[in-house]
Design a protein around this ligand. Sequence first.
Ligand SMILES: [Zn+2]
Ligand SMILES: [Zn+2]
Length: 129
Amino acid sequence: MAVNVIRTGGCLCGAVRYQVQGEPYISGLCHCATCRKLTGSPFSATANWHLSQFQMTGEIQTYERRSFCPTCGSRLFFLFEGGVELFLGTLDAAPNGIEPAVEVWTIRREHWLPVVPGAISYPENPSEL
Ligand SMILES: [Zn+2]
Ligand SMILES: [Zn+2]
C-alpha cells in the first residue's frame, strides 16, 4: 500500500466525516471488557495515526474521551495527545488493508474467533502499549 494512501470514513448517518493519510503506526484487536461495552461487539478493531495525518468534519461528543456522533451514536475514534485511534469499522472501504499487529486481552477472546496470524498476542493489558 502506498505511503500516501488516503482512507475515508465516518458515522452511520454521515454527519461526521474524516480522513486519514498514510498507514497507521499501530493496529490491533482488543477483547477487553471496556472495548466490548463501548463497541457493542465482542472485540474492537482499531489503528492509530498521528494527528497530522487526520482531518475531520462534523460535530462530535465524547464519553471517556471516545468520540461519537450525537445524532446516530456511531463510535468513531479516540483523540489523544498527538494522535487518533480509529475504530476501523467506521472506515468506508472494506476490506481496508489494515491487518492487526497486536491482539490484546486474548484471555477474553471468544472461543469461536481464530487467532490473528502474525499478530503479537497479549493475554491481558500489555504495559508497554
Ligand atoms: Zn452520525
Ligand atoms: Zn480494549
